[in-house]
Write a protein that binds this ligand. Structure first.
Ligand SMILES: [Mn+2]
Length: 374
């Protein structure tokens, strides 16, 4: 029986720019840690090989140290690794792969699949790779699989990076197309795909493994690797997803209108933990007092979860009569507040609305400071 691990889209070197630098660094590090867990998992599962379906590196220009660290992270599994270039790390004339070779940092058990030719692994299987040699290709690079002559009696495994036509890409002209029926037409026992970051079954013999460590706010089942078992040539493969990722990326877009909506959001934020990465985009409206409570909850969440990206552009803060009364603003400030409120209430005066929020927020802070110092 043949048994291998299928993974893809490691995107090593990615530094997610939407977070604070310390959180971004932690998520950069998390991608190496995921490779270490994968290697340990591959060893414990006694697989015949690990197949990586493209986008090992996030860019061609990752630091030399990053390249070395990637190969160090793979050390836990001493069997064969097959690494395929994707669109982020295409096999250009000068690429991250030629750099790795020049620096002699590629371990002997790692095969870089930089050309379209069969790779036979220990008389166990034949891998047909379709490396991207440029970032975007408009022909189907898996087409040669059909005419590839391979050793009889060995399973034929395709390895490719791109978009299965008609399923992931409606547009026939999309970059890096892969024919939907490639596994059948090329008599493949299995087609290991990368580029779609979630785990996805296209048909019984064709899967996207997804990235082992999530890197997007897209609820598509990322964070896994696949163990693929094939009992005999032609037999249907058994495919088992296994969780590898340490972090869960969550997209929160609550629509706020009453105080209890804010309570519910605060409870949701409070329930998150160290393994959560959150994109928060509240919409609707809330009072000044609720906005203050929400701000405190967000500050608390920033300190207790792994990373938080916040976009409040869709949230309208409307001070109520009580909000304004609580500010106890009189004299000139009171007059300005009154005028801003009237202009903001008019509807589309965003400047007045922003100024009202800024002024009332400042006043609220001053009042709270007074209370604290009393
Ligand atoms: Mn890709």
């Amino acid at each position: 029986m043949l048994r291998f691990l299928h993974t893809a889209d490691w995107q090593i070197g990615r530094m997610p720019a939407q977070f604070d630098p310390d959180d971004a660094t932690a998520l950069f590090e998390a991608r190496f840690a995921a490779v270490e867990r994968l290697a340990t998992f591959a060893r414990d599962q006694h697989v015949d090989a690990v197949l990586l379906a493209g986008d090992v590196f996030d860019s061609q220009t990752v630091a030399p140290k990053t390249i070395r660290r990637l190969f160090n992270a793979m050390a836990g599994y001493t069997g064969p690794w097959l690494l395929l270039p994707g669109n982020h790390d295409a096999a250009l004339g000068e690429s991250v792969w030629t750099r790795a070779r020049r620096d002699a940092v590629v371990p002997a058990n790692a095969t870089l699949c930089l050309t379209a030719e069969p790779v036979e692994i220990d008389g166990r299987m034949v891998v047909l790779p379709a490396p991207l040699t440029q970032r975007h290709s408009y022909g189907d690079l898996t087409e040669w699989f059909g005419s590839a002559v391979t050793t009889p009696g060995l399973p034929r495994i395709g390895l490719a990076h791109g978009a299965v036509q008609g399923i992931l890409a409606a547009d026939i002209d999309s970059a890096n197309p892969i024919a939907q029926d490639r596994a059948a037409s090329a008599r493949l026992d299995y087609l290991a795909l990368g580029d779609w970051h979630g785990t996805k079954e296209i048909d019984a013999r064709t899967w996207y493994a997804g990235t082992p460590e999530s890197d997007r706010f897209k609820d598509n089942g990322s964070g896994n690797a696949l163990i693929v078992s094939i009992d005999a040539v032609g037999a249907a493969p058994r495919v088992e997803p296994h969780r590898i990722g340490a972090f869960t990326w969550r997209s929160l877009a609550p629509a706020l209108s009453v105080a209890s909506d804010v309570d519910a959001l605060l409870a949701e934020l409070g329930a998150l933990g160290r393994s959560d990465v959150v994109d928060l985009r509240p919409t609707g409206s809330c009072t000044l007092g609720d906005r203050k409570r929400l701000g405190q909850g967000i500050d608390a969440a920033r300190a207790s979860i792994r990373a938080l990206a916040l976009d409040e552009a869709g949230l309208r803060v409307t001070p109520t009569d009580d909000d304004i009364a609580a500010l106890r603003a009189d004299g000139y400030v009171g007059d300005v507040l009154h005028e801003l409120r009237q202009r903001a209430a008019g509807g589309d005066d965003e400047t007045a609305r922003a100024a009202l929020l800024l002024l009332s927020d400042t006043m609220l802070s001053l009042r709270q400071d007074e209370q604290v110092s009393r």
